[in-house]
Design a protein around this ligand. Structure first.
Ligand SMILES: [Zn+2]
Length: 223
């Protein structure tokens, strides 16, 4: 038996962190579109050559290609899959549904990582790290004891990620609300939606996700 889930939520909601945890705890395979495209590109397969061609022309990779890559991955089997960052649109959700049906796979749950927009913006834009030792800080929840100096190593090389700024985050949020958030209604209507509080601390979010995964399959995978 396998578990197949989709992680849904705006950028910065913590999907990547939770996906990594599920990979570790449950042995699920994380299907991230970006990783798949990069892997395909360097694989040299027929599909990989198509991906390279499209990307080299600076064009967007079509849904058809992404679905093709997912089809290849699904055929490799395993304990199940986490779709992270896919589907992003209703058309992709339909295509994925069709693919799963063709391959006889069941979508167990769509975990919606719910976040308050204001809190999300604060959480992302307040983050900074030490360029020397990698310690992570936050303006509100964990500032350095001395302004501008790393608590751990004393370095003054504190950095904010360029794409953490408010303008870039709001651009990505807008994209999410326009194209991806309709999936919440879509999967609710299909009876698959499982909302969790994405702003809770990491372990609480994990517990909430664990609670929506099918119990019988948890036993089946031996965890
Ligand atoms: Zn440091």
């Amino acid at each position: 038996m396998t578990i197949n889930i989709i992680l849904l939520g705006p950028p910065g909601a913590g999907k990547g962190t939770q996906a990594r945890k599920l990979v570790e705890d449950r042995g699920l395979v994380q299907l991230s579109t970006g990783d798949m495209l990069r892997a395909a590109r360097s694989s040299g397969t027929e599909m990989g050559k198509r991906v390279a061609e499209v990307m080299d022309r600076g064009q967007l990779v079509t849904d058809e290609i992404v679905i093709g890559l997912i089809r290849e991955k699904l055929s490799e089997g395993g304990n199940g899959f986490i779709f992270d960052g896919f589907p992003r649109t209703l058309a992709q959700a339909d295509a994925l549904g069709q693919l799963l049906e063709e391959t006889g796979m069941v979508l167990d749950a769509v975990v919606e990582m719910q976040v308050d927009d204001e809190a999300l913006v604060r959480r992302i834009t307040g983050r900074y790290t030490c360029g020397n030792c990698g310690e992570v800080y936050h303006d509100d929840t964990k500032p350095t004891k001395v302004a501008g100096v790393c608590d751990v190593c004393g370095s003054t090389d504190l950095r904010r990620r360029a794409d953490d700024n408010e303008h870039s985050l709001k651009t990505r949020l807008l994209e999410y609300y326009k194209k991806t958030s309709p999936l919440i209604g879509y999967y609710y209507a299909k009876g698959k939606l499982a909302p969790v509080d994405g702003l809770a601390d990491m372990d609480r979010v994990s517990d909430q996700i664990a609670a929506v995964l099918p119990l019988s399959r948890e036993i089946a995978t031996g965890t």
